[in-house]
Design a protein around this ligand. Structure first.
Ligand code: MN
Length: 437
């Protein structure tokens, strides 16, 4: 199997079916052929996903033989992919099926490394979480757009530049390579990512640099059929907050924090839809109960925010809990809060175990509301209270510097052979057993 073909298949390009079956994955193992993984950060925002896909594609197309198998890895479990709505939107729009992607819970990087077969290129981050410390030895190349926080061995190639998007650095790398490698699909992915990260190249957004602008211009000159900036940016921005395709469980998980105290764990979920519509979703009560029960939450606070044309926020919140006493305690704390006052007005709730409110003080973000809830749970303000925890997966950040990978305890027993077999199946366009595509 020619590894380049895997990625051509992946990115919907010029795949040569005859080339796919000429080698087998077993030969990779027998020849102890290198597996070169290109991986983004564990928030797996659009920049991380596209940078990994595009750079792996470029490396597969341009490296001299004997070629490694170049594998872009999305650094989240497959089950979390649906939550990354801007990424699922852009990849699907460009015809890349989910089944062709490889997620972090589908490849045993530590096992490949122990077998001496792993090379690792990091994109859109350069500090591995503690659980991945052993993989540092395998890092051969870093492309990142945040300030360098640690040293790497001189043998490691470093491209660390403070541009708006890591995709800009990937595009620059591609532009320096042989001509004709970039295909339409990869170009569209890079174009959309740079536009989203640079706030549509708007200087007022404070993210864009001349190099981001230059890459977008270069892409548009080579692919004049690329859609215009405003429509690309608008569609991606909308997709980021479009939860319409998510289940209630996924909505609750998309932007989740917890506070704990006195044996209670309280979930606070950011919800990107009107609270009254949310509370009328089919099965919402069973879903809330199952979510809290399976994760050990005593109660759940759903907070919504939406913005009008003048970018002014409107906020609502709802308190769900099976235990009447706890729910009343939380509601009273929110209603009577003074630092800051939330100015809550009760909204009709279809369920007795849910209290819903419009939040008159729209400037009080979740960050302000969390301490009120923590104090209500634990009694004292800032004392005897558990830490506020970010629950995996983190909300789509511009830059992820999450301390610990959510996958720290959850690397499945996938051996290198299984990964390579999977890649060769992908290349041969055969869905793996149990695939949902
Ligand atoms: Mn980034």
């Amino acid at each position: 199997m020619a590894p380049g073909c895997v990625l051509r298949g992946l990115l919907g390009g010029r795949c040569d079916p005859a080339g796919l079956t000429s080698h087998t994955s077993q030969e990779h193992i027998q020849r102890r052929q290198e597996v070169h993984v290109v991986m983004g950060n564990e928030a797996c925002d659009l920049d991380s996903a596209v940078s990994a896909l595009a750079l792996a594609f470029f490396l597969a197309e341009t490296s001299a033989p004997p070629k490694a198998a170049f594998i872009p890895v999305l650094n989240i479990p497959r089950s979390d992919f649906a939550l990354r709505t801007e990424t699922t939107f852009l990849l699907r729009e460009r015809g890349i099926p989910d089944s062709s992607l490889i997620f972090r819970d589908e490849i045993d990087l530590a096992g490949l490394h122990r077998a001496g077969l792993l090379s690792l290129t990091l994109v859109d981050h350069h500090v591995l979480p503690g659980a991945d410390a052993a993989l540092e030895e395998a890092v051969v190349d870093v492309l990142d757009h945040r300030p360098l926080e640690r040293e790497w061995a001189p043998s490691c190639q470093l491209t660390v530049e403070l541009v708006g998007s890591c995709a800009t650095l990937v595009m620059e790398r591609i532009a320096q390579g042989p001509p004709g490698v970039l295909d339409r699909t990869t170009a569209a992915l890079l174009h959309g990512t740079i536009l989203l990260d640079s706030i549509n190249l708007s200087p007022a957004g404070g993210k864009v640099t001349p190099r981001d602008v230059a890459c977008v211009s270069l892409l548009e000159s080579r692919f004049p059929e690329l859609p215009d900036h405003d429509s690309v940016y608008g569609a991606l921005q909308a997709a980021k907050f479009d939860v319409s395709g998510l289940t209630t469980e996924q909505m609750l998980r998309k932007d989740l924090k917890t506070v704990s105290s006195d044996g209670h764990v309280l979930a606070i979920s950011g919800i990107y839809m009107d609270i009254e519509l949310f509370l009328r979703r089919p099965g919402v009560l069973q879903d809330l109960a199952a979510f809290c029960c399976s994760r050990g939450y005593s109660a759940l606070v759903a907070m919504t925010v939406s913005f009008n044309e003048r970018h002014e926020p409107t906020r609502q919140l709802a308190v769900y809990g099976q235990h009447e006493a706890l729910r009343s305690t939380l509601c009273r704390a929110l209603e009577e809060a003074t630092a800051p006052a939330l100015h809550l007005q009760a909204l009709p709730s279809p369920w007795p175990c849910v209290s819903a409110y419009a939040q008159g003080n729209a400037l009080a973000s979740r960050k302000k509301v969390l301490p009120i809830l923590r104090a209500a749970l634990g009694g004292g303000v800032g004392t005897a209270a558990g830490p506020e925890e970010e629950v995996a997966p983190p909300p789509t950040p511009m830059n992820s510097l999450v301390e610990e990978s959510p996958l720290a305890q959850a690397v499945p027993p996938v051996c290198p052979q299984a990964v390579l077999e999977r890649v060769s199946r992908m290349a041969a366009q055969q869905p793996p057993p149990g695939s949902d595509q």
